[in-house]
Design a binder for this molecule. Structure first.
Ligand code: NAD
Length: 460
């Protein structure tokens, strides 16, 4: 059997299994989610070893952003699933009386989940949790760039699920393409906008709905009234976590010209406190996923504009936490999503320059951050600028709150998930109206003679 035939077989087995109704009972879903939760706890060390192998993730980051995050999401889901699954009663207007109306959350069916390399465990497990919670089956396709994590994810999924319920396909473009040739009921893709477009084109062939969790350049604004050391702390943490390979990391900073010096001084101090005088020797700083990405990121560094860091070693996949100042939109570093530990800093005098810069870039940001003590500045920026989600006086914290839907807007994504939003994303909201049969009002049946005035009154 070829790999492609194997994939077709998995999908058709999942379709049969889903069609049998086996995934519908709440208890079945809960039992699998509990097993997944236990399996992550049991294999936590092995997962952290895989993350260290592929990305040199420090165990603390592996727990915070991968295994701990996934377990938190699982526990949150398990605790609330019964309530989420309850049909939601809605009012019934006079015209449809006598009757009752409700919304039923039904699973979409067989799902394809495609995950990227940067948070390889979390970005496979969290969508899978939502898919299973909503009563679906799923095929998870992991990234070829993180082979140890892909293998660990495969073992994790195969240890909890039979392949007709949830399966894991490892591999790269060939496997992805073979999967995309199949008919799914929903494709949940996390990755780059370039591949997102490929996924959407393939989905269009079968009219398959897609969720796209993409990336882009997320701005961070530091106004002159911001608490500078707080801003520097939070920006440095968010930018250099996982060596900058985070979709919601601040891609670039726009700082008010008056406080640029102060901001860069604070950043310098914080970076050295976080990673020591030689970040290459720090055990708390991850590495770039491969040499190719390392070369790409290094090529974005303009040595003439470096004010902090700037060192790199492609063989060791290392790029130091780097800050560049005096950057303009014409610099190479502003031409693409950086996805590495390089922070360009631009200045502004008037907020209008912030709007113009962001509007001049090709896509709506996935995330947006503003540091300011002024409510007016905060409100004006978050209302006027289109972006997926963001924070006032912090970076990335919106992701941590499962009550906030997480996703992009425009080219940074379609649809959102996390918490109830994830359950909703993998569900179809089926509308039901149950009519009484005790009497059968003839108001809307022909002949219509003499009925229009009464219908007008009812529909007013
Ligand atoms: P990518 O788009 O290169 O790869 C993602 C997945 O698509 C992988 O599984 C890969 O095997 C597959 N793929 C690659 N090329 C393909 C092709 N031609 N046809 C079909 N499938 C293909 O992304 P990446 O480099 O792994 O991850 C980085 C990107 O993901 C960044 O742009 C980042 O912003 C984004 N991202 C977004 C989120 C989010 O939640 N919005 C989270 C993490 C990463």
């Amino acid at each position: 059997m070829t790999r492609t035939q194997g994939i077709a077989e998995i999908v058709s087995r999942q379709r049969r299994f889903f069609g049998s109704g086996a995934t519908l009972p709440c208890e079945v879903r809960l039992e699998r989610l509990r097993r997944l939760l236990d399996a992550i706890a049991k294999h936590e060390d092995a997962l952290h070893v895989a993350l260290a192998k592929d990305l040199c993730k420090p165990p603390f980051e592996s727990y915070l952003t991968e295994t701990g995050f996934s377990r938190y999401d699982l526990r949150y889901t398990i605790k609330r699933l019964k309530k989420w699954m309850k049909p939601k009663r809605v009012r019934t207007p006079l015209l449809a009386q006598p009757g009752r109306s409700w919304i039923l959350y039904c699973p979409l069916g067989v799902n394809l989940i495609v995950s990227p390399f940067n948070y390889p465990i979390q970005l496979a497990v969290v969508p899978l949790t939502a898919a299973i919670a909503a009563g679906n089956t799923a095929v998870v396709k992991t990234s070829e760039l993180t082979p140890a994590c892909s293998e660990a994810t495969r073992q994790l999924i195969e240890g909890v699920f039979d392949p007709e319920y949830a399966a894991c396909v490892t591999g790269g473009v060939e496997e992805s393409t073979a999967l995309l040739n199949q008919k799914f009921d929903h494709i949940f893709f996390t990755g780059s906008p370039r591949v997102g477009a490929i996924v959407m084109r393939a989905a269009a062939e079968h009219l398959t709905p897609v969720t796209l969790e993409l990336g882009g350049k997320s701005p961070c604004i530091v106004h002159h009234d911001a608490k500078m050391s707080v801003a520097a702390n939070r920006i440095a943490f968010a930018k250099f976590l996982n060596a900058g390979q985070t979709c919601v990391a601040p891609d670039y900073v726009m700082v008010h010209r008056r406080v640029e010096r102060q901001f860069i001084d604070c950043l310098k101090q914080r970076i050295s406190e976080m990673y020591g005088p030689d970040p290459a020797a720090s055990g708390d700083f991850a590495r770039i996923v491969n040499a190719e990405h390392c070369r790409r990121i290094a090529s974005l560094i303009d040595p003439a504009k470096v004010v902090i860091g700037g060192q790199y070693d492609v063989d060791k996949r290392f790029i130091a936490p780097t800050v560049m100042s005096g950057v303009t939109v014409d610099d190479k570093v502003m031409s693409e999503e950086i996805f590495g530990p390089v922070l360009p800093v631009m200045t502004y005098d008037e907020l209008d320059e912030v709007y113009e810069t962001i509007a001049g870039l090709p896509q709506h940001p996935l995330a947006f951050y503003v540091f300011s003590e002024s409510k007016t500045v905060q409100q004006e920026l978050i209302q006027r600028i289109p972006f997926g989600g963001g924070c006032i006086n912090h970076c990335m914290q919106h992701l941590v709150n499962p009550n906030l839907p997480f996703g992009g807007v425009g080219q940074s994504g379609i649809g959102s998930y996390h918490g109830f939003s994830g359950f909703e994303r993998f569900s179809h909201k089926k509308s039901i109206l149950k009519a009484a049969t005790r009497f059968d009002l003839s108001l809307v049946y022909p002949p219509y003679q003499g009925k229009l005035a009464r219908v007008r009154r009812i529909m007013k």
